[in-house]
Design a protein around this ligand. Structure first.
Ligand code: BGC
Length: 470
């Protein structure tokens, strides 16, 4: 049998990645069924997650109401949950206005000689590094002494699955997104209240802030959008993160009937695991992760994994013709994937400048000098992976939007979206909108996707403010 060309092998590998509308419709049905099961699970078992009953954790955010935009005051926020750590000083001015200052660091920078994600790193080492990021911001503002005399409330955005019995306590159930901090130490983070860990680190530094609320980044994004949005835009009832990780929260119309304290549910839908059309590379990505068998949906959508999926497909397509560097795990990052994918978006005119940029990207990550045919294949692979991510993200947004019952005639809702994948790639958002139109028909016109401007950080501050004025 004649050997397949690289281009033919690419078609063979990409066929299962390109999902048909029937496959998407079937997944959406399964996703919606899971949501119904999740509500029933919460009603029956309260705070306890029973994975056999539902793959979503359906966590109570303990946030009872969406802010009005009138909240005022100065608050600090700490945002931790992926590639970056961000300390924010927010001045809420009322009328939906916020003045904010930030100290953003990537995780590697924040940890210095320590790998903050590693299993040998202890909980105190991680939380000391996080608090140091706040201290720098406080020092930049020469506010340390003032805060000691006038302790200020801090909102903590902690973007991992946590059980909350109240707004100011939050027990980490499991790490995601490649984190393994504390696993090999006698100071773990999993199973602990992150407010206690943060407070201990704050006290070690003698910083004058007090953690008053913990929110997931999806919840923070929803709250921040609700605070800042124009009164003329429809209510913000869904929050989505499409970044290093992926997840959604939404305002459940019958939250109290299902036993919730708050009305916003952090679904943790990244753990969805029904009817997923997993390909061989999805299986490898999962097997190599520290949380094997979990977050399968997230592993098909979010930035932490897209580079790996593209890299593994590249190996399958090019085999030994690919240089050894392609065998190195995590040698391609999401930013590089986005550059390649952008060149293959349907309807875009490829230019020689775009091709040159893509070739330079491949040279940079893999030291590979590729010809025109090879770069075209790599662009197609990157696009297919990102487009599948957009389609799956659309499934979740469609399902939660429908569930709020605000898409009926005369209604409308805003979906707040944060995360680098969405915020930094316009074409990715356009693909989500196209999929939403295919899935929701006319109803899609009543749905506004709003890119949050540092939603997750500001949201925690807004949450503290809303509680204080309640
Ligand atoms: C976490 C969620 C988070 C999402 C986006 C997931 O890995 O489990 O809690 O909202 O990432 O950051």
């Amino acid at each position: 049998m004649a050997q397949l060309t690289a281009s033919q092998r690419a078609q063979r590998e990409l066929a299962p990645v390109r999902l048909t509308s029937e496959q998407l419709a079937e997944m959406r049905r399964a996703f919606e069924e899971e949501l119904v099961k999740g509500l029933a699970m919460h009603k029956k078992h309260g705070l306890k997650w029973v994975p056999e009953e539902c793959s979503f954790r359906m966590l109570d955010s303990c946030v009872a109401s969406v802010p009005t935009g009138d909240e005022k005051g100065i608050y600090y926020a700490l945002d931790f949950g992926g590639t970056n750590v961000r300390a924010v000083r927010c001045e809420l001015l009322g009328g939906g206005k916020v003045k904010s200052q930030q100290n953003i660091k990537n995780l590697a920078e924040c940890g210095g000689a320590l790998d903050l994600m590693a299993r040998d790193t202890t909980a105190s080492q991680l939380f000391d590094a996080l608090v140091e990021c706040i201290c720098e911001l406080v020092d930049n503002n020469k506010e340390a002494e003032y805060l000691k005399r006038n302790p200020t409330k801090l909102g903590f955005t902690f973007s991992f699955p946590c059980v909350q019995a109240a707004l100011n306590t939050s027990v980490l159930e499991a790490w995601t997104k490649g984190f393994a901090t504390g696993y090999n130490t006698d100071e773990p983070v999993v199973g602990k209240d992150v407010v206690t860990l943060l407070t201990a680190a704050i006290n070690r530094k003698g910083l004058g802030v007090e953690c008053a609320a913990v929110v997931n980044d999806t919840v923070g994004t929803l709250l921040s959008c609700a605070y800042q949005k124009q009164p003329s835009t429809p209510p913000c009832l869904v929050g989505a993160i499409l970044g290093t990780g992926s997840n959604c929260c939404y305002v459940e119309p019958e939250a109290a009937a299902y036993g919730y304290t708050g009305s916003i549910i952090n679904v943790e839908c990244g753990n969805f695991n029904k009817r997923l059309p997993l390909t061989p590379v999805d299986v490898i990505v999962d097997e190599k992760s520290p949380n094997k068998g979990q977050q399968l949906f997230e592993k098909m959508i979010s930035g932490f994994y897209l580079g790996e999926l593209v890299r593994l497909l590249t190996l399958r397509i090019f085999g030994d013709a690919a240089p050894a560097k392609v065998k190195e795990e995590f040698s391609l990052d999401t930013k590089q994937v986005s550059i390649l994918a952008a060149a293959a978006v349907p309807g875009t005119q490829g230019s020689s400048a775009t091709t040159a940029k893509c070739k330079a990207t491949i040279k940079e990550c893999w030291g590979w000098e590729v010809d025109d045919e090879t770069i075209k294949i790599l662009e197609d692979v990157a696009f297919a992976i990102c487009d599948r991510s957009a389609a799956l993200a659309a499934i979740s947004i469609a399902a939660f939007s429908d569930r709020t019952k605000s898409l009926e005639a005369g209604g409308g809702l805003t979906v707040a979206v944060d995360g680098s994948l969405y915020v930094k790639n316009k074409w990715y958002g356009e693909r989500i909108k196209q999929y939403l139109k295919d899935m929701l028909g006319d109803k899609a016109s009543r749905l506004v996707l709003s890119a949050a401007d540092d939603g997750s950080g500001k949201g925690a501050a807004v949450c503290v403010a809303a509680v204080r004025t309640a």
